[in-house]
Design a protein. Structure first.
Length: 131
């Protein structure tokens, strides 16, 4: 796992590549009762990882994962972070702002860029009133 202080835009290729195994292992963790066994699952795993590394890791849901990557497996999770890292780098470069100033300019001071990108994809890809 990347250091909690590492912003999404500064993730290295090696760090991104290592995310898939962590995500897959977490998604496969058994949860539930003995009568109703299941796994933690893809969406919960991504949201839990985001909760542990809010500046670094981008959550997703099924709609976002399938629309952007066609799957919710470890490979797609890695691809999702490569894509979001590129978006983060472009936003920061084009705006000339750092992450904190960018969040403040959008009226959400303190909000991690990883979460703002998730907000954007949620609105654009899952809400029918914006398509």
């Amino acid at each position: 796992m990347p250091d909690p202080r590492t912003p999404l835009s500064e993730l290295t290729d090696d760090a991104v590549a290592s995310l898939g195994d962590c995500y897959a292992a977490l998604a496969a963790v058994p949860v539930g009762t003995p009568e109703r066994r299941r796994t933690l699952g893809a969406t919960a795993a991504s949201k839990l990882l985001h909760g542990l590394r809010p500046r670094t890791l981008v959550p997703w849901d099924e709609a976002i994962a399938r629309r952007l990557h066609g799957a919710r497996d470890a490979e797609a999770y890695v691809a999702h972070h490569r894509l979001n890292r590129e978006w983060a780098r472009r936003l920061l470069a084009d705006s000339g702002l750092d992450e904190e100033a960018l969040a403040a300019s959008y009226g959400c001071p303190g909000r991690p860029l990883a979460k703002m990108l998730d907000d954007y994809t949620y609105i654009k890809l899952t809400r029918s009133d914006t398509r």
